[in-house]
Design a protein around this ligand. Structure first.
Ligand code: GDP
Ligand code: IMO
Ligand code: MG
Length: 421
């Protein structure tokens, strides 16, 4: 059986911490989409680590980790990250596996990402510029190079051919960048990558499932950044939802058991695009400051706002969420009042649905106000001791979504998480 942990908002919900927390109950943790645009933060022996490519189960010596075929892989980032993980005494030879069908991010993909963003002017996506979009374009355009191709003697010829194609595109954009240094690093990193465990991911994972091993699929980004169901075009280029597990790993749908959705107790977004509950005021600033809302990959300040139940309900629907983890509840500790968006006002009409084009339809959030709790909850260990007003807030969300919040995370640390009784 496969359980899934994924983000229900616009990313950065705290998936890394939650995967790390649950990892001890699983044998295999697998990333199924996205690439180094992800930044998953966890604390190991009180030391902060941000993972971009490697699954967040890697610090549990009893688990093995798979980078699935649905991921796009930057060898340079991977090599750097392996160095960090290695410094914690983790034996990557034993516990990291990479699917041979995983597509490679080339230096020219990163250059193309920059060129495409620049050409969009004030309609830019706010991409992390890690080459994600162009690499997935080469996958669907049937041009890309995959990890398994590295073992082919013609790899360099294929690389040069593809780079030439990219060069023509870059010329069209009238974009110039010297990629010589990147290329050098890239080829060095490929040699490193070749030494790792490259496997046929779909047989690998299905054998584990057949042998009764417990598998956890780790999502990156969030449901509202999904290529199909997110706030297009302000999205990423992969299937971030539970359906992405099937084609990102080669797992059949009936193998999926729990879909554990992670949401913040409020909401953030980094990059461009619509965000109905955004607070461009002091309250938003306060959330950013207390929540330390700065991107784990790019360091950009995250846009902050209240929790949006219309969007959450939509995310639960398309993912088939069975359990919810609410993170960063402690960030709300000092707020006098809290607002929860329960519907959208779209041109005077009340709606509980995500419109086709949020950008154009400009939904205005309709709020219900809740009392804050004004107590430091970050050291609490049991649900019973949590303040009544937090329980009221949680219960309202449970009833609205018809799905229970099963865990409340009350700090970034590994132990700061409470099971809801
Ligand atoms: P991810 O991309 O979903 O893994 O999330 P990020 O790591 O990008 O961002 C989440 C941030 O919130 C990180 O800095 C975490 O250390 C931090 N964090 C996670 N859970 C909690 C929590 O319950 N409370 C607080 N205060 N911080 C948290
Ligand atoms: P994790 O896994 C938050 C956003 C970018 C941009 C858009 C497209 O840490 O939650 P891309 O680089 O994919 O072309 O960017 O998506 N974005 C994220 N925002 N968390 C992430 O990952 C993100 N990955 C991409 O800011 O708006
Ligand atoms: Mg992140």
């Amino acid at each position: 059986m496969v359980d899934v942990i994924l983000g229900l908002q616009w990313g950065d919900e705290g998936k890394g911490k939650i995967v790390d927390f649950f990892a001890k109950d699983y044998d295999l943790i697998a990333r199924f989409q996205g690439g180094p645009n992800a930044g998953h933060t966890l604390y190991v022996n009180d030391k902060k680590v941000v993972l971009h490519q490697i699954p967040s189960g890697v610090f549990h010596s009893g688990t093995i980790n798979l980078i699935g075929n649905g991921v796009v892989l930057d060898p340079i980032t991977l090599q750097r990250e392996c160095g960090i993980v290695d410094s914690f005494g983790i034996d990557l030879k034993k516990n990291l596996f990479i699917a041979e069908r995983t597509h490679l991010i080339l230096p020219t993909h990163r250059a193309l990402d920059k060129a495409a963003e620049l050409s969009k002017g004030n309609q830019k996506i706010g991409s992390t510029l890690k080459g994600i979009g162009p690499t997935y374009m080469d996958k669907t355009g049937r041009n890309g190079l995959r990890v398994g191709d590295l073992l082919d003697k013609n790899f360099t010829t294929s690389y040069i051919k593809l780079r030439l194609k990219h060069q023509r595109l870059l010329d069209n954009f009238n974009f110039q960048e010297d990629i010589t240094a990147w290329e050098e690093e890239f080829f060095e990193a490929l040699e490193f990558l070749k030494q790792l465990n490259i496997v046929n991911g779909e047989y690998f994972i299905n054998k584990h499932i057949k042998d009764g091993k417990r598998v956890l699929a780790e999502g990156a980004q969030g449901s509202m950044l999904d290529i199909d169901f997110g706030t297009f075009p302000y999205v990423t280029s992969s299937s971030t939802i539970s359906a992405g597990v099937c084609n990102g790993l080669g797992v059949a749908p009936q193998q999926i058991r729990d879909v554990i959705g992670v949401t913040k107790a409020y909401c953030t977004r980094v990059g461009g695009g619509p965000f109905p509950t955004e607070l461009e005021n002091e309250t938003g600033e306060e959330l950013r400051k207390i929540g330390n809302e700065f991107g784990a990959t790019t360091g950009r300040p995250r846009r902050c706002g209240w929790i949006d139940l219309v969007a959450l309900n939509f995310a639960c629907m398309i993912n088939g969420v069975t359990k919810i983890v609410m993170t960063k509840a402690d960030v709300l500790d000092s707020f006098k009042d809290l607002q929860v968006c329960t519907s959208y006002d779209i041109n005077g009409k009340d709606s509980r649905e995500i419109p086709f084009q949020m950008e154009r339809q400009k939904p205005k959030p309709v709020y219900k106000t809740f009392n804050g709790w004004n107590i430091d909850t970050s050291q609490e260990k049991s649900y019973t001791n949590l303040p009544d007003s937090m329980k009221t807030y949680v219960n309202f969300i449970n009833n609205y979504l018809g799905i229970r919040i099963n865990f409340i995370s009350n700090g970034p640390g590994r132990e700061q998480i409470i099971e809801v009784a």
